[in-house]
Design a protein around this ligand. Sequence first.
Ligand code: FAD
Length: 147
Amino acid sequence: MKLYQLIYVSKSSYPMSKDDLQEILKTAQENNADQGISGLLVYDRGHFFQVLEGGYNDVETLFTQIQKDKRHSRVNRIVSSHIPERYFSEWGMGFYNLDEMAELDFFKLRKFMKSLHEVTSVEQKSKLAKYALQIFVDLKQNPVSAV
Ligand code: FAD
């Protein structure tokens, strides 16, 4: 099966509590494993960033479903393309709540998360997505402690 990756950002419809985020994550972890979908969900003060990886149809079907979810809006596809291998193979759906993480200066990342909502050019989106992916892959390899 050819692997496919889709990255989007969105804004939460209201400030997410830990329980709200847990509910989304639980659903994602249960459903995604069944569909062979892996990825990462990041939440930062009202901004979502999500990476979905798997088969083309499975990822696009899930994305269609996610876009309809009223818990967020302004869903903006950043990139979608075939990839040679998974970036987050070990996670049904990994999760970072940047509000809860210590020991790291997230200033740049937060600025970047915000700017992702504004970019429209395909080239810029692709560049920013690569930058973000690298940050989160590094973070996975060198985890920081939670507050
Ligand atoms: P149902 O749970 O019956 O949902 C029915 C409808 O209600 C859907 O439109 C759903 O979006 C909405 N809904 C469900 N719970 C709530 C709630 N508490 N408040 C408001 N509306 C609600 N699902 C995955 O399977 N994998 C993912 O990776 C994934 N990522 C997500 C990322 C974000 C940022 C968000 C907001 C949601 C994500 N979801 C994910 C959830 C997804 O949108 C669907 O809720 C889920 O797939 C179940 O949908 P359903 O129609 O099968 O079932």
